[in-house]
Design a protein around this ligand. Structure first.
Ligand code: MRU
Length: 367
């Protein structure tokens, strides 16, 4: 049995409060970390409970929780678990026992920079704490703050992004950049939720997002739960849907944005951006500033996670390709800034991203 399955498993119903919009996939309950197991949606709503940081690292790698902001928030809570364990086993030497679990968390998925961003914030705090005092409470306060600020950022991005969409529009989204991928509400789906609430969006086209099917399994589930008008299409139908002239915007999230505005997002995003340019459709990326890696000059430097070939050769754990076939499975691709019309962050909107317009965002000149 793998490490994730060993953790306490329980099943509960998820009730969706339509006034608050959307569920939250990460929760801290009674001193433990609870994750909604996204591998089992939409068929089952199963929550896994964790009290060990190393098991959380496995859960991130195995996609129990996924989406750039959600894995950052999860890692922040995992540092709280690591600190509790370190204090219990090592007392005043607890800081030495933090290095290994934090390294495992950082290595769990390489592309989304939110993971490292959250771990750096948590590390800066724990290194500044006194050796002789239990660190759990102060670290928990910071993890909760990281979680809450992500939700607030999503609502702000929702408002800023929705303003750009004309009344009665149809939009297309890829992967899942919704409540499930964040602290709650969502980035791309946050803009879509807000756009629907304001009457600007009348229909959402959901790409299935092979191979892991985040669109078919997660985005479709989120939108249906809120009665948002939507339809699912195979990824290969995106071009002809765009050619039909009905779609005004492609709206996606991001896993890492370089300092020049190049964007790493779910595999297939780059192709959609090329198609959008050809069909003169707007291309909008929605991501919090925690997704921007100011250290990287361009997208070529972003590490791309390569996942198991089995995700391509199998469907729902059933072999669909001939045994022995080689398969490549990059989880993300890079969309050059030149194909992007607008990047929406909680700190402001960057139109036609370049080194200069991104710098203006960094310097607070974009609202
Ligand atoms: O492999 P995943 O499911 O973690 O990939 C998720 C995405 O690519 C999302 O679009 C991105 O993380 C933004 S989520 C707000």
């Amino acid at each position: 049995m793998d490490a994730v399955k060993q953790s306490l498993l329980f099943v509960i119903g998820v009730s969706v409060d339509k006034t608050k919009t959307s569920i939250q996939p990460v929760e801290w309950r009674d001193g433990r970390l609870c994750l909604l197991d996204q591998r089992r949606l939409p068929a089952e709503t199963v929550w896994l409970t964790f009290d060990d940081a190393n098991t959380v690292a496995h859960a991130i790698h195995d996609m129990v929780v996924r989406g750039a902001p959600a894995i950052g928030i999860t890692a922040a809570y995992a540092v709280v678990l690591a600190a509790r364990h370190a204090w219990n086993i090592a007392g005043v030497n607890w800081k030495q026992a933090m290095t290994a679990p934090i390294a495992r968390l950082e290595a769990s998925r390489p592309t989304a920079v939110n993971l490292k961003w959250a771990l750096d914030k948590m590390s800066d705090l724990y290194l500044a704490l006194p050796d002789e005092q239990a660190p759990e409470q102060q670290l928990l306060e910071l993890a909760v703050q990281i979680h809450q600020s992500d939700i607030e950022a999503n609502h702000q991005m929702g408002r800023l992004g929705a303003e750009l969409i004309e009344t009665g529009s149809q939009v297309m989204t890829h992967c899942n950049a919704g409540a499930l991928a964040t602290g709650g509400f969502g980035t791309a789906l946050g803009v879509i939720r807000q756009g629907v609430a304001e009457g600007r969006i009348e229909h959402v086209h959901v790409n299935e997002t092979r191979p892991w099917l985040q669109g078919a399994r997660l985005t479709a589930w989120e939108l249906l739960n809120e009665n948002i008008a939507c339809s699912l299409n195979a990824d290969v139908a995106a071009a002809s849907l765009m050619a039909s002239g009905r779609i005004s915007w492609i709206i996606v999230g991001a896993d890492r944005i370089a300092a020049n505005g190049d964007v790493a997002n779910k595999i297939g995003t780059y192709g959609l951006a090329i198609l959008a340019k050809y069909h003169r459709i707007g291309f909008m990326v929605v991501a919090p500033t925690s997704t921007i890696d100011w250290q990287l000059s361009d997208g070529d430097l972003i590490p791309i996670e390569q996942r198991s070939p089995a995700e391509v050769t199998q469907l729902a754990e059933k072999q669909i390709a001939p045994e022995g076939i080689d398969a490549v499975n990059p989880a993300f691709d890079i969309t050059p800034a030149s194909l992007i019309d607008v990047i929406v962050t909680e700190a402001g909107v960057v139109r036609q991203p370049t080194v200069e317009t991104m710098k203006a965002l960094q310097n607070g000149r974009n609202m």
